[in-house]
Ligand binder design. Sequence first.
Ligand code: ATP
Ligand code: MG
Length: 658
Amino acid sequence: MTKIESLLKDERIFYPPQEGKDLAYIKSRYQYDKIYDYSLKDPDGFWTERAKELITWFRYWDRTCYWDFNKAEIRFFEGGKLNASYNCLDRHLLNPHVKNKAAIIWQGEHDRDLRVYTYQMLHDEVCRFANILKSLGVKKGDRVVIYMPTMPEVIAAMLACARIGAIHVVVYGGLSAEALKSRILDAGAKILITADGTYSGGRRINLLNNAETAIAQCECIEKYIVINRFGEEITLSDKRGLLFDELIKNKEFEKYCPCEEMDAEDILFILYTSGSTGKPKGIYHTTGGYLVYAAHTTQWVFDLRPEDIIWRPGAVGWITFHTYVVYSPLALGATVFIYDGLPDYPNPGRWWELVDRFKVTILYLTPTNIRAFMKEREDWPAKYDLSTLRILGTVGEPINPEVWIWYHKNVGKGRIPVVDTWWQTETGGHLISPLPYTIPQKPGSVTLPLPGIEPVIFRDDGTSADINESGHLCIKGAWPGIARGLWGDSEKFKEIYFSRFPGYYFTGDQARVDEDGYFWIMGRLDDVISVSGYLIRTSELESVFVAHSAVAEAAVVGMPHEIKGEVIYAYIVLKDGFQPSEELKKNLIQHITKEIGPLVIPEVIQFVNDLPKTRSGKIMRRILRKVAAGVYDDLGDKSTLANPDVVEKIIQGRKEIF
Ligand code: ATP
Ligand code: MG
């Protein structure tokens, strides 16, 4: 690969706060360095200690770590026995300080929809759900698809599956019937758990129609259970359907349901990836390693303490929900806040109002979430008391430095750390992220690898990249939370992740390491364009666009050009109050040339109202790339798009330009 210049050099640095440091799990750089060295020198010792400290085992394991990346075989805590539901619930009932505290606080879109579950209550609910599943013949290893809006029953259903050893497959309620169908079939699920619907921006969203349309073509589904969200009578169109409200009339189900003893390497769940780069992949994780890794990263990266209230708004069918909303906060006995509603309904201050009202301490957003606030809701955070917040997180895409700064200043009031966490569905939990009270933060950098993780950056030919030279981000060695496979396709698992650089886990992301050893994620492999002989990172150009006062969001792709080979095509979303104009286009081009240099001139600027995004808040650049090239059909898998309508509008806009 020709060397790709890094155009941006951000020198800003933010030091961890003193306040709160004394209580932090990892308090100093010295401590981090010591642990990091130890974790690489003696992974067995390190993971044994963490696994014993964080998780309750019915039986300890015979072998701590084993992996052979050439065979795509990974096993942690082999022979160990545990149950995830036991770790998230039962063990807390033995502790009088945790037993009666809130495990979940749920707020629906209407203020009147508010429910709190203590650990005891959630335990009882999970037992009931597990008994119901058992009565329907669900056994260890069976797949149960959960297709629901954000509500406590999703968590209860997940933990009920874990309790009896069934494998859950959570599919976000916003996905279409078609997308649901393909996931049910791929997983070969026996049971579907769904709800009648939910509210979004004051509108009723019907889920049951989708669910029933999907299962009409899924013979593998034996029964589906419908939870009543609207509080109205539900008519079922398929004889396999069961109403949850009817099922729970049976008092038998209220009995205690024992936990299945799971082997550490028994599958806990399957989850489909976001689909940013292609068709979603059915990743599966196993019980022991995943749970240890989830708890481990949450304790150190979010510094999660029992008194914390953690909130990660957004889709349930995403890995972030699994790891940082369900499994780890509950395993560690903290409180989770979940909200089923839009950020700007009934007013643009809604999310801040909720932080204020429920005294959220840890808030975990995506760059897309934050950019949306910057676009039209900039002054809203100031109207609320956000002083309970102590850690902010970001995930999902490279964060533009300007966006990081805005978040730090307006939400964190300049006083609290921002942890930019890099990870993937496949990694189970964070791999590279600052520790909040320990590692100074540079906006736009995910900083340093976590203990136990050894990232390397390779050139195309497998040699190591120099400082500040970007290349393929790979990981040497395994960690407990790494995925164990792709459901039903072990060859593909090996091919995608372990064949590009033999002996290493291939992430598919591009990154560079600066002179301080800090990692900068530069985007995906194909987020590079070649302009006038330079290879340019589109993510960097986007960050420069976003730093312009009129720009809320930007997506930059390459457009094939007869003479020049490839040119820059920029899709720009303006902040509220700015109108598209030729003047503004010129102004933006000037801004780019001023910041980056005279050779990098965007060829096309298209103003759009919105960008196509996945449910997990990622810009779907693969679609934008096709549209820029004038390809309007054959846009690839669109099943995870949150806003499919915008694609048509963008195509219209492109046609108007050419
Ligand atoms: P698919 O694999 O189906 O294309 P996806 O990779 O978007 O979808 P996820 O597993 O949800 O699905 O996302 C992981 C990816 O998100 C990472 O590979 C990386 O590209 C991006 N990402 C996550 N966190 C960060 C971060 N903090 N900074 C930069 N990029 C991030
Ligand atoms: Mg991916």
